[in-house]
Each structure stands twice: as C-alpha cells, then as structure tokens.
Design a protein around this ligand. Structure first.
Ligand code: SAM
Length: 350
C-alpha cells in the first residue's frame, strides 16, 4: 500500500542492452508495453538489422528482399516472446509499426510488417484487440510514386502507420488497491471519445538527432501518441516497458502519467540522450498537464447544460461519475542516480 512520503513517486530505469533477452525483468512484472521497433525494409534501419544478423546484410546486397524481410522479423521475434513473458495477465502491448515500400531488384513492392507482426504475436499466444491507424498529416500532398499521371503502374503513397494492440491472457482483474488507483487514472469523457477512435491524426515528431553523437534521425513517435496509450491502457504506479527506447518518449509519457517505466536501447549514445531528455523535460511535461486540465475546463465551461458531477481533486465539473476521482498531478521533482530516475508529484501547479 502506498502511504506517507512514498505516495506520489515513480522510478524509471533506462538500460543499454538488446531487448532480445531481458534477464533482469521478472516474469509478469510489466503491465504495459508501448514501443516502436526498427521498421523492417525501411532503409534507415538496415544497418541495425544487419548488426543483429549478418545474413540480413548479405540478403540486402543480393537484393533478396523477401529473405531480408523474413530475417529482419526473425530478429524481432525474441523481443515479442520476452514481452509475453514479462507482461502480467491482462497486460497490453501497443506496437507502432509502419509498412515499407521498396524496389530492391526488379519490382517495387510492399513489405507488410503490420500483418507479419500480428501473425507473430498470435503464434506467441497474444489476443489482438482493435488497433489504431495513425495518419501523419503530410506537408507534401503532391508526392507520387511510379508512373506519374499514367495508369496503371502508379503506386498509392503510405501516409499512415499502425498501432497494433495485443493483450495477454484475457481481461485484467484489479485488486482493491488497484481499483482505487484505477479510478484516479480515469480519463475525461471528451478524451475517451477522441482517444478510442481507430484513427488518430497526430503530427510526426521532429527527427533530427544531429547533436546527440548517434545516427542523424531518431524514428521517434510523438509524445502525445505515447501519452494517450499509457493513459488508455495502464493505471498509476503500473510499470510501462519500452524495449526499443530510442529517444525515451515512452518513459517520458509514463513519467508524466505517474507510471514507473523501464527502457532498453542498444545504442549507448541514444540511451544517454533519452536519459538526459527525461531528466530535463519537467517544464514541458508540466505545461502539457496544465494544457490538458485547461482543455477540460474549456470543454465543460462551453457546455450547454449544468453538469451533475464535480471532480474531487480539481473541483471542476465532469461529465460522468467515473471522472469524479480522476486526478492529474504535476511533476514536482526529478532526481537522477546510477540506478535510475526518481520522480515526485503534486496536485498543485509548480
Ligand atoms: C523506431 S526507434 C524507437 C523510437 C522511439 N519510440 C522514440 O520515440 O524515440 C527503434 C529503436 O530501437 C533500437 N533498437 C533496435 N534493436 C534493438 C534491440 N534489439 N534492443 C534494444 N534496442 C534496439 C534502435 O537503436 C532505435 O533507437
């Protein structure tokens, strides 16, 4: 039971290691996974896959796209199996993945990673839940591939990615203590309507990593995307894992949502970048939280009718009884040590 000084505190462990094995993470100790692996057959990830299996480099050099695609997914498989082991019953895995289009030998073709990952997860024993199409608004609507204005060898442009959602072992069952935290972790009625749509239009994240001492582009997903998933599929003081940490967006979203987190990353420079990011983003997180609360107030104040319910912690009206105990706390302190990052929270604005 959380009490006294320990009440509002989370821990975040970032580790440089390959997530193909996670020996330090006990079975059933993680409640949610939010992640995005390197994307098979997208050129920027070729060297990462080739470093995990040299046969991939050879297959690419021989322009055998089918084989390279298969081998790339085989390097991801042990990570998916580890995710299944470390998730608790009812735990959720959200996998952000983009399909690839590429011309390696003669023919331009689609490499369908989202269906391959869905099949691999099903074989491991996960149940697939309805997923989300992430539409990335584009600044270049006129780009086209193939034969231009002439049929029939023109190709549809991929302007979306998938967020695949899987569950381990049926619906989660909550203990008494968890039931209390679950009510505190509720989201607003108007957020539910937006977040549980199967199509999200969220602008992509800035990708430049030039100052970080690692590769040039990060492949990062937006904070908003990770924040929604963390709040939709976990409760406060749960543990959220990202086995492909990158710039640390999932850990940042977990931190901002009063969840513990674990992040694994094979690139040491990137891991240090992520650590720095999560220890220096308090102001950004607090302004995100202030905006979230302000949007809710705007929503309820613009309503036409008097609302029946009032939130216990924030005092503003809410649409439903389920939002009465909801509490969104600000980050009041972050301290980093060798073993991780510790965070404290307060309901009062900084
Ligand atoms: C698509 S990026 C993740 C981006 C992340 N979601 C973010 O917001 O920054 C995938 C990351 O996984 C890392 N990676 C690839 N294979 C890995 C492995 N086997 N174990 C741990 N990290 C790995 C890559 O270095 C890369 O940073």
């Amino acid at each position: 039971m959380l009490s006294g000084m320990e009440e509002y505190r989370t821990k975040h462990h970032l580790k440089k290691q390959s997530s193909q094995e996670m020996p330090d993470i006990p079975d059933g100790s993680v409640n949610l996974v939010v992640t995005s692996p390197p994307y098979p057959m997208i050129e920027m990830w070729d060297h990462v896959f080739a470093s995990l299996d040299p046969k991939i480099g050879k297959a690419l050099a021989q322009k055998d796209g089918e084989l390279a695609f298969d081998l790339m997914h085989k390097t991801l498989l042990p990570v998916w199996q580890e995710i299944y082991r470390v998730l608790s019953p009812g735990g959720i895995a959200c996998i952000n993945i983009g399909d690839a289009t590429r011309k390696l030998s003669d023919d331009f073709r689609l490499y369908n990673s989202h269906s391959r990952i869905s099949q691999d997860f099903a074989r491991i024993g996960f149940q697939q839940l309805p997923g989300i199409i992430w539409q990335k608004p584009t600044n270049s609507p006129n780009k086209f591939m193939g034969s231009g204005m002439l049929p029939s060898n023109a190709y549809v442009t991929l302007e979306h990615e998938h967020i695949l959602i899987f569950r381990k072992s049926g619906k989660r069952v909550f203990s008494n203590r968890e039931n209390h935290l679950r009510r505190e972790s509720a989201f607003f009625w108007e957020e539910r309507n937006r977040w549980f749509s199967d199509q999200w239009a969220i602008k992509g994240e800035g990708q430049s990593l030039k100052a970080s001492g690692t590769r040039e582009r990060s492949g990062a997903f937006p904070f908003e995307l990770a924040y929604r998933l963390v709040n939709m599929f976990s409760i406060k003081y749960d543990t959220v894992l990202d086995p492909f940490l990158g710039t640390g967006t999932t850990c940042l979203a977990a931190l901002a949502s009063e969840r513990h987190s674990i992040g694994l990353e094979i690139d040491a420079a990137l891991m240090n970048y992520a650590r720095k990011r999560i220890t220096t983003s308090v102001d950004l997180i607090n302004s995100f939280i202030a905006n979230r609360l302000a949007s809710h107030e705007k929503f309820v104040n613009n309503g036409l009718k008097e609302l029946k319910y009032r939130n216990l912690h924030h005092g503003f009206p809410v649409m439903t009884k389920q939002e009465v105990d909801l509490v969104v706390r600000y980050v009041s302190g972050v301290s980093a040590s060798d073993i991780g990052v510790k965070v404290t929270y307060s309901v009062d604005p900084p």
